[in-house]
Design a protein around this ligand. Structure first.
Ligand code: PPS
Length: 273
């Protein structure tokens, strides 16, 4: 496990070598790309699956390339480094995903007609999810304890950079017409409503029955099964409010204070239960 910092942001060196960040600088965006942007552990795979089901209902095939190489829907930038050639030649519509902060995006993306979806989750549940994931994955720094991890996350001393810098970097773009902002908590509370929002944004209209089918196929238990091995890695509890099982009162107060400091007057807010 190794980490390095680039422009102040910490990256996992075993998954994202510096050369992969370089690739992003010249990565060509197509107007019909769909780009999913998330801070880690905020529901990336869930959103992937929802998009995949929406496209499937529209008859778009989730094709495989070169044997076992990840399929169209799972191209994650900049983790993809060695597969950059495959991504370049993949047929449209490509569904790309990334955790990078806004300053690291391929330069052509924001000015393109590509559809950009930014998914966010409340920072307390995000921190707990990341704590568990880091414990399981050998390619990530193993936290000493929940207490030390909670402190590091709060201080922004964590992979992919400080939470609020990340979400606010994107939130500044909220008036741009080709970006849709979604929240994990809204998906959890009313998945069909969020699926409808996505369909309308993507200009892929579905009937009510099809929307219900997408929601049924992507709710937590179904997804765990559909994703197979990946389901074991990328699903854990899938709830809002698991943070209450980990946070001390002092930790919760410190996070609340930072929430107020960073989000007041921004119009961005999160639900914690
Ligand atoms: S990663 O590694 O950054 O790509 O992880 P990511 O996919 O962004 O986030 C993982 C968390 O999302 C939860 N998850 C879901 N929640 C609700 N419904 C569905 N269908 C679903 N699928 C994944 C997953 O369980 C992780 O959250 P935690 O809190 O750890 O359970």
């Amino acid at each position: 496990m190794s980490t390095y910092k680039e422009r102040g942001v910490m990256f996992p060196g075993d998954i994202v070598p510096r050369s992969n960040l370089e690739l992003l600088k010249t990565f060509d965006i197509r107007d019909d790309d769909i780009m999913l942007i998330t801070y880690p552990k905020t529901g990336t795979w869930w959103l992937h699956q929802v998009i995949k089901q929406i496209l499937a209902e529209q008859g778009v095939k989730d094709e495989k390339y070169l044997g076992n190489i990840p399929n169209l829907i799972e191209f994650t930038l900049p983790v993809i480094g060695p597969l950059a050639e495959v991504v370049k030649t993949a047929p449209s519509p490509r569904v790309l995903a990334t955790h990078v902060p806004v300053d690291f995006l391929p330069p052509g993306l924001l000015g393109s007609k590509a559809k950009i979806i930014v998914l966010m989750r409340n920072p307390k549940d995000t921190a707990v999810s990341m704590f568990h994931f880091s414990q399981k994955r050998p390619e990530l720094p193993t936290p000493e304890s929940w207490n030390s991890f909670a402190q590091q996350f709060l201080a922004g001393d964590c992979l992919w950079g400080p939470f609020y810098d990340h979400v606010l970097g994107y939130w500044k773009l909220k008036d741009q017409h080709n970006i849709l902002f979604l929240k994990y908590e809204d998906m959890k509370k009313d998945l069909p409503a969020e699926v409808k929002k996505l369909c309308s944004f993507l200009e892929k209209p579905l009937s009510d029955e099809e929307v219900q089918a997408v929601a049924a196929a992507t709710q937590f238990d179904s997804m765990k099964n559909t994703l197979g091995e990946k389901g074991q890695v990328f699903t854990r509890k899938g709830v809002i409010g698991d943070w209450k099982n980990y946070f001390s009162d002092d930790q919760s107060r410190a996070y609340d204070e930072q929430y107020r400091e960073r989000l007041s007057n921004t119009g961005l807010e999160f639900q914690f239960e």
